[in-house]
Design a protein around this ligand. Sequence first.
Ligand SMILES: [Ca+2]
Length: 126
Amino acid sequence: MEPSCRAQAAPRVSVQRFCRLLDMASSLHQGPYPLVPIPQALLSTMAVFHTYSGCRGSLRKVDLKTLINRELLQFVQEIRDPETLERLFRDLDTNGDLQIDFQEYATLVAMLTAACRTFFIQKQAE
Ligand SMILES: [Ca+2]
């Protein structure tokens, strides 16, 4: 952990433990068997969260906006106005602590996955 991370408030979930799990999961990728799609998707989901949450272990509004605008533009429109960001953040922050933890982020990923599936089923029916 970098020294600057120690000065910040301790996250509710141990970042060290999260990083160890992520490293362990990533090492599976180097094993004799290639990862199948679902484990690969889970690792990517965790890695993206970790990239934008950093040593805090949670996303702030600015982190959420950056994550969406950099990683999800194929699925959602770019967030430009503060009201859209505010509404999305408020909807995801179910415990009201002004941070998006991994579980709240996972809700966003699940909602996007369901919306994409609906979209593709409708497109297939046309
Ligand atoms: Ca929260």
